[in-house]
Design a protein around this ligand. Structure first.
Ligand code: ASP
Length: 439
């Protein structure tokens, strides 16, 4: 049994956090490959090392003196090294970084040093080998990871090492130039390593106890989802729920490896298991609720639209020609509605309207703005009668006017459109009917 374990920035921001991480890793000898992020925030107003590094690079690029800021970054690592009583010195590393920054090596190089240095410290603390991610994660020229080569390089390297620390967030192009993933990308590194070595589990340790049923900024202390499928996760993540980097799903999913989201500060909790499929029923019929504000709808009416072949295509091609993607498209017999991102749409509004007039000569063309979309997601909905009924009676009781309903044929989710101002009330009402009422 072998596990790949990734620790987020807040789990590695101070000596105390490092101790918790060390204890977790040493508790199970299956936790063999460790992926650290850069030190994150120690308290709410703190600054992440990655952000400091970006700032440092921008100063270097403008030809400004960045040394004082780089010293502050060094202090962050010194605090950890001394707090843990390690012998390690990063003096030479920082000298090299300062020299290299003057040569303007690219923002990605600067940002990647956060993970690189934290990896050095963690490897020393654990007594594990250190593997530089630049040697095993290869980017193609178009900036996408070369999956085959990377897989092989990871396997070759780690087959020689029983335990290792591999810094997250970056890899390199063929010529050695450092390239990072987008922000939060250490999740992707963990997933690539887990997928390549056919790990039994990818544990992703963070500062929350798993994936929550709803957004904690809206619902007070929401329940944790015990088990979620990759497809459910995609639906919720698309609607704004976030714990994991979006690209972190694919490498492990392809290899059928489950992800376990865990809380470094509460290791006794089981967290959330993300799996390909499961016969475990979710606790509350629905698995989760997520949503986003800021949509607009364009309603196109035309008598006998249903018998006009190619009508939808002509309308949609107007959006395509204007580079707009649409979110949902509920339709009736002589009417269709297109939901789009409001801020993207606003810029092209007039071109789209005249385009639709020219393309299909509608009887009526109406628009509505300030709309929110809410996704109620759950693999359990397929087998349960009355889910939609419960959602809509809860919304009616909460005096929320439903503007749109869309149920995917997979019966995995119901999408509901409401006014922006009703967004929070609607989520609370749906949460209460499925979760609070069952507690
Ligand atoms: N340190 C990087 C960031 O702050 C990557 C990560 O933490 O995953 O985005």
């Amino acid at each position: 049994m072998k596990k790949v374990v990734k620790f987020g920035g807040s789990s590695l921001a101070s000596p105390e956090q490092f101790r918790k991480v060390g204890k977790i890793i040493k508790e199970e000898d299956t936790r063999r490959y460790v992926i650290p992020s850069a030190p994150g925030k120690r308290y709410a107003k703190d600054i992440k090392v990655t952000d400091m590094l970006y700032q440092c690079y921008d100063m270097a690029e403008r030809g400004e003196a960045f040394e004082a800021l780089l010293n502050k970054i060094q202090d962050r690592y010194e605090e950890i090294i001394q707090g843990l009583g390690l012998e390690l010195s990063l003096q030479e590393e920082f000298r090299v970084i300062a020299e290299t920054l003057k040569k303007k090596p690219g923002r990605d190089y600067a940002a990647s040093r956060g993970e690189y240095l934290n990896g050095r410290v963690l490897a020393e603390y654990l007594g594990f080998a250190f593997v530089d991610a630049a040697e095993i994660i290869l980017f193609r020229e178009d900036g996408i990871v070369d999956m085959d080569q990377t897989g092989e390089m990871i396997r070759n390297c780690l087959s020689q090492k029983e335990y290792a620390v591999i810094p997250g967030f970056y890899g390199a192009f063929k010529d050695g130039t450092i390239k990072t993933f987008s922000r939060g990308g250490s999740d992707v590194t963990g997933s690539l390593v887990a997928g390549a070595i056919y790990a039994d589990m990818y544990e992703n340790w963070t500062d929350v106890s798993g994936f929550l049923v709803a957004d904690p900024r809206i619902i007070n202390n929401p329940e944790v989802i015990e088990t979620i499928t990759y497809r459910e996760l995609r639906e919720l993540a698309y609607m704004g729920a976030s714990v994991l980097h979006e690209e972190a799903i694919f490498p492990v999913r392809r290899a059928g490896i489950p992800i376990n989201i865990r809380n470094t500060n509460m290791p006794e909790e089981k967290g959330t298991m993300i799996v390909e499929s499961t016969c475990r029923k979710s606790k509350y019929t629905i698995t989760g609720i997520a949503g986003k504000k800021g949509f607009a709808s364009i309603n196109v009416d035309k008598d006998l639209m249903n018998s006009e072949i190619g009508f939808c295509r002509r309308v949609l091609s107007v959006f395509e020609d204007n580079g707009l993607s649409f979110e949902h498209m509920p339709s009736g017999i002589d009417t269709m509605t297109i939901f789009v991102n409001q801020s993207e749409f606003e810029e092209k509004e007039q071109q789209v309207i005249s385009g639709i007039h020219r393309a299909v000569q509608p009887d009526v063309l109406e628009m509505e703005s300030d709309l929110a979309l809410i996704a109620v997601v759950g693999r359990g909905m397929r087998e349960t009668r009355g889910t939609a009924g419960r959602i809509f009676s809860a919304l009616a009781h909460a005096r929320v006017n439903v503007k749109m309903i869309d149920q995917g044929s997979s019966e995995l989710n119901v999408i509901i459109g409401v006014k922006n101002r009703d967004f929070e009330t609607a989520i609370q009402a749906i949460y209460d009917i499925f979760v609070t009422a069952r507690l």
